[in-house]
Design a protein around this ligand. Sequence first.
Ligand code: NI
Length: 174
Amino acid sequence: MAVRPIIRMGHPVLRRRAAAVTADHAALLPDLVRDMVETMYTARGIGLAAPQVAESLRVIVFLDIACRETDEAAPLQVLINPEVVPVGADTALDWEGCLSIPGLRGEVARHARIRYSGIDGTGQHVEREATGLAARVVQHEVDHLDGILYPDRMTDMRRFGFVEELDDNEDMDQ
Ligand code: NI
């Protein structure tokens, strides 16, 4: 296993549509997934997409933080060729950060409830529903596979700033 460098906004791979994983990638996939997990943990992220380590393939890893509500350690999820479908029309507005845009945070509207599917790390097809932060993380990571970064989704750029400034001035955040 190895921690790989995380590329940042401006790198062209982050703007590319990532390729679907096929049988041709079977040999490189286990190392890629292990490295992505180690890279995400080292960077203290809650999600990482393969393009962020400069591999233009449709692979994401994330922590299912919905489980934090039950005080369990967040289980690690691996999704290969993930698909996201919104459930209902509700959207939710909340703050997001990205390991490829370090130090910044912005407010983004996302589908409040989604159904997502894909192949997990053991080769099983999975299909789940997610709400809240878990739904947000999956949408953010799948966006990376289509070359989309969260500022592209923002509608009010006044709600974009450096984490340290936002934290210091939280009481002014009305
Ligand atoms: Ni990101």
